[in-house]
Design a protein around this ligand. Structure first.
Ligand code: BGC
Ligand code: BGC
Length: 605
């Protein structure tokens, strides 16, 4: 009898524990990938505290949390980014992936285990990280007139981004650049809305792949909304003066196909329209972007862009969140943001409905990306970073974006053997110079910054049978030659620092070309720049001129055309002014008389 009752007790205990464990094993709806996304979002949202919701709207820079990674968990952060100078360890893909995983583990240690999304400026390849494939900047890609190629390039970028764990690229920049003095001209596909429409959508498709859930898909971010390329004087973060109809005609069109292509995020612009800062514009962010255009993704602010709205931080947060910004790129002030948000909720200045809308948008994207199922970096992608296959795509972008501005019969293409070629100029053998800004460093930098092929190295590879002598300064022991190639242009720069009122070729470069011409051989000039330069002073001494823009790591693309393996085919994505008096100059202007028109480019030798 006693034995039986003991047995019953044991069996009851076993049954109880089985029941308990099956209760534990029952995953909540939001963690079940078989449930529809909207149900998962609502389930998760219903479980979240206010603090957890504010956390999802928070994006801190890597440098802000590096020393205190547990704050990712303490503040329930939804996102981390790396700004242009926010590096990790030795800046290799592997170091980035390790850091990403450790940050992700912080997020996954929280009660609800909501993964972070990690953003970075992969604007021409995964350009911040050492050893990646760096593509030409957008202004060059616009000259290819080849959206399929640009989509393919963005696919490559997506893989190289994901290899670091990062899963969000702050690209495409679909600025329509209207003033060459703007230091971000090169981030734009060109001066017409059509180029932004065609190439913006192509880059979105490439980055996000067929679906955000794809194994090699990263979240894209159309930026900077709205009117960034139209500021007076080309001033970065400046003011665009235009009536609503003009804004809709020039700057809005690019966003429409990008949204149709499913772009999951949009970045607000630092700039203003008619004096109203975009970070505080409910009209453009909520009424137009979200309601009228039906954008269902989320809006992220630009780096400390919120701070510019009001010296009182809480008031600044109030206006930006109510204007429609869903996630704030702080990048440092997460403690302030947290307390400002809490006080704005308790004073009823920000409604829970607005917060729920923001968080719903962010979570929807995270679910669509499959982040809850696959939160960690995919180590299998590391091998593809900087691979020959990837570099071949970049090389094709380089050769298709070269614009032949001037030629003299019989000079091009260069023969691959039997002749002597002098090569000169500060940009002939300098990888950093040919990559430009947003390359390894925020502002870019000169020198041997990463792995790649300089233009000089590309020439030597293409023409092993030619005798190629190089001197940056153009000093040669024997200056008698058959050809001279001079590679000159702008030194790297990015936002802010790149604004200028003088786009003339430097005095030194004018003198160098003159010197090379005096040696007697025909001079072929290759311009490396983020925008048209005033070439008046070199034109007479140059027998041929190419605009090679900022080609990135694959200098071979230049020799592909120089030595005649491919015909030049790039067509200008911007009008090329004769002089600074003509700037700004755009197709459709009254009295339009540039040196080279929009769409110009010689396509044979
Ligand atoms: C730039 C953005 C960039 C962000 C993050 C800002 O200063 O305007 O284009 O995505 O920094 O680096
Ligand atoms: C960051 C950039 C950012 C810039 C804005 C830099 O320190 O690295 O990503 O765009 O600051 O001022």
């Amino acid at each position: 009898m006693r034995k039986i009752s003991q047995l019953v007790k044991v069996m009851a205990a076993v049954l109880f524990s089985l029941q308990m464990s099956s209760t534990f094993a029952q995953v909540p709806v939001y963690q079940n990938p078989k449930e529809p996304i909207n149900k998962r979002v609502e389930d998760l949202l219903s479980k979240m505290t206010l603090e957890e919701k504010i956390g999802q709207m928070t994006q801190a820079d890597n440098t802000a949390v590096k020393a205190k990674p547990e704050d990712i968990a303490n503040y329930f952060m939804g996102s981390i980014l790396s700004g242009g100078d926010s590096k990790t360890g030795d800046n290799t893909t592997k170091a980035w992936a390790e850091q990403y995983n450790s940050f992700q583990n912080q997020a996954l240690s929280t009660r609800l285990k909501i993964p972070i999304i990690y953003g970075l400026d992969a604007v021409h390849g995964n350009n911040d990280v050492y050893g990646t494939t760096i593509f030409p900047h957008n202004i060059a890609l616009g000259c290819t007139r080849n959206p399929d190629l640009v989509e393919k390039a963005a696919r490559v970028t997506a893989e190289e981004v994901l290899a670091t764990g990062s899963n969000w690229a702050f690209a495409p920049c679909i600025a329509v650049t209207r003033d060459e003095r703007w230091g971000r001209t090169y981030e734009s596909f060109g001066e017409t809305p059509e180029l932004a429409e065609i190439f913006g959508a192509a880059q979105v498709r490439g980055l996000q792949g067929a679906s955000l859930a794809g194994k090699t898909s990263v979240l894209a971010c159309a930026k900077h909304y709205l009117g960034d390329g139209g500021t007076t004087g080309g001033k970065d973060q400046g003011n665009t003066v235009a009536d609503e109809a003009a804004v809709r005609k020039l700057f809005l069109p690019g966003y429409i196909p990008a949204i149709k292509a499913g772009v999951g995020s949009v970045m607000a612009s630092y700039s203003s329209i008619n004096g109203i800062k975009m970070h505080g514009s409910k009209f453009w962010l909520t009424d137009v972007l979200k309601k009228e255009l039906g954008f269902e993704g989320f809006v992220v602010s630009d780096w400390a862009g919120v701070d510019q709205l009001n010296p009182d931080y809480t008031a600044a947060v109030d206006s930006t969140i109510n204007a429609g910004v869903d996630m704030v790129m702080l990048p440092n002030r997460y403690v302030d943001f947290f307390s400002s948000m809490k006080s704005l909720v308790s004073s009823n200045k920000i409604s829970i409905a607005r917060i729920d809308d923001a968080v719903r948008r962010i979570l929807t994207i995270k679910f669509k990306m499959g982040l809850f199922e696959h939160p960690m970096a995919d180590a299998s992608l590391v091998a593809s970073v900087g691979s020959a296959e990837h570099r071949a795509v970049a090389r094709q972008c380089v050769r298709e974006s070269l614009v032949l501005l001037k030629k003299t019969d019989g000079v091009l293409p260069l023969p691959k053997s039997g002749k002597k070629i002098l090569v000169a100029g500060s940009h002939a053998d300098d990888l950093g110079n040919q990559c430009g800004g947003w390359s390894i460093a925020w502002q870019g930098k000169s020198g041997n910054t990463t792995i790649g092929t300089t233009i000089l190295a590309g020439m030597k590879k293409a023409a092993p049978g030619a005798k190629i002598d190089f001197s940056a300064a153009g000093d040669f022991a024997d200056s008698k030659a058959d050809y001279s190639v001079v590679v000159i242009g702008e030194k790297p720069y990015a936002e802010g620092k790149g604004d200028t009122t003088d786009l003339s070729i430097s005095k030194d470069d004018v003198a160098l070309i003159k010197k090379m011409k005096s040696y007697g051989a025909p001079v072929i000039v290759i311009l490396i720049s983020g925008r048209p330069l005033i070439i008046e002073k070199i034109q007479d001494n140059a027998d041929a001129i190419f605009a090679a823009w900022l080609p990135g790591t694959e200098g071979d693309g230049v020799s592909d055309v120089l030595f005649g393996d491919f015909k030049p085919k790039g067509l200008l994505s911007v009008s090329w002014p004769k002089s600074m008096d003509q700037v700004p100059i755009n197709i459709g202007d009254a009295n339009y008389a540039p040196l080279f028109e929009f769409g110009y480019g010689l396509t044979s030798f």
